[in-house]
Design a protein around this ligand. Structure first.
Ligand code: ADE
Length: 257
């Protein structure tokens, strides 16, 4: 899968996509991330990418022409992209479903906004869609582009070594992860839940299901409306909702479960 990213901070995008799972996927050529400096698509001596907004107001607006030229160069060199996405807080909120959808495309262009905004014609004439990674404003779209690339890359076959871990990621089934522990089995007087060191795999599986449901009910009850639960999880949920099993079996993890 190919990404082209257009930004005024190419080093930032290079760095966030050069480490970990995404970095390895690039090395293994499962993923191609080509970063373009928006300033390379300017024509003036000062390589100007922004200007004051028509009508007045604070801040500067990223100009349309450099984005138009960048998109044309990407198309000429790398072919017609399947999607050209403007990263912006005004976009549609990015979700697991969007990551899966984008992972099925071959070629995606990400345009990073900056400053007070982007000339509206970038939306109208260059982008095919607009994505926000959440209801907060970042200083620019670069980190958001890194988030999208990471989440999408995880859905590309072969990128994550253990495909089971992608299949069981929280938002595949809309249920949060159960708590996990590793050595030491006891720390500052707190032991890990007994069941996990019991060797009883049936009990461990049941405990994990129950804790995942409990955690989702407490932290993200909104997810449970859409969650695909099996019979066992549904019965856990009913019990928990009825308040029959309110006792926390996991030790504190530094916050309310
Ligand atoms: N640029 C600034 N804030 C953003 C956000 N929340 N999502 C995507 N791009 C952004």
């Amino acid at each position: 899968m190919k990404f082209d990213v257009v930004t005024v901070f190419p080093d930032l995008v290079e760095q966030v996509t050069s480490v970990g799972v995404v970095g390895r996927a690039r090395e293994r050529e499962l993923l191609d991330v080509t970063v373009h400096d928006l300033r390379d698509f300017t024509t003036d001596r000062h390589r100007t990418v922004d200007d004051a907004p028509f009508g007045g107001g604070p801040g500067m607006v990223l100009k349309v022409e450099p984005f138009v030229r960048a998109a044309a160069l990407v198309k000429q060199r790398r072919g017609q992209p399947d999607a050209v996405i403007l990263m912006s807080p005004q976009g549609e909120t990015f979700t697991h479903e969007a990551a899966v959808r984008l992972s099925r495309l071959d070629h995606v262009v990400l345009l990073c906004g900056r400053y007070q905004g982007v000339d509206e014609r970038v939306r109208e004439q260059v982008a095919t869609e607009e994505i926000s990674i959440g209801d907060y404003v970042l200083s620019g779209g670069e980190l958001a582009a890194g988030v999208v690339i990471d989440a999408v890359a995880r859905q590309v076959p072969g990128v994550v070594g253990n495909s089971e871990s992608v299949a069981t990621d929280s938002f595949v089934r809309q249920i949060l992860d159960y708590p996990t522990y590793t050595r030491p089995a006891r720390l500052n007087g707190h032991a890990v839940p007994e069941v996990l060191v019991s060797g009883d795999h049936g009990e461990i599986r049941r405990w994990r299901k129950r804790e995942a449901v409990r955690r989702t009910l407490r932290r993200r009850p909104d997810l449970l409306r859409r969650a695909c639960l099996d019979d066992e999880e549904r019965s856990c949920l009913r019990e928990l909702q009825a308040g029959e099993t309110n006792q926390e079996s996991a030790p504190h993890d530094g916050r309310r479960q």
